[in-house]
Design a protein. Structure first.
Length: 108
């Protein structure tokens, strides 16, 4: 097990995803943000089934930065209740994980 995480969030517009990526990289909260899409999301919201075109941000970081990542995403995110999920990286190539660890800010 590593202390690395992948955080996911979705937004409606590519420009919103790119803005979140820029913020997270500028604040050294992420080593990499991949923007995937457009994708189609199906979900239940306010009593109805919904369908939306979205862009998915895959954010590579470390567990101790999650609260700061969450706060930065919420500040920049247009949704009332944004998806912000983190999953642990249980394994990865040594070189990539070492690179990731050195690209983000140190633990406070």
């Amino acid at each position: 097990m590593t202390d690395c995480i992948q955080v996911m969030t979705t937004v409606e517009e590519r420009e919103q995803a790119e803005a979140i990526a820029e913020i997270l990289l500028a604040e050294k909260l992420a080593a990499c943000v991949q923007v995937v899409g457009p994708i189609t999301s199906y979900f239940h919201w306010q009593g109805k089934n919904e369908k939306s075109t979205e862009y998915l941000c895959l954010i590579k970081s470390r567990r101790y930065l999650f609260a700061k990542i969450e706060a930065a995403i919420k500040k920049a995110h247009p949704y009332e209740v944004p998806e912000i999920l983190a999953v642990p990286v249980v394994a990865g190539s040594d070189g990539y994980l070492d690179w990731l660890a050195h690209q983000v800010r140190e633990e406070d």
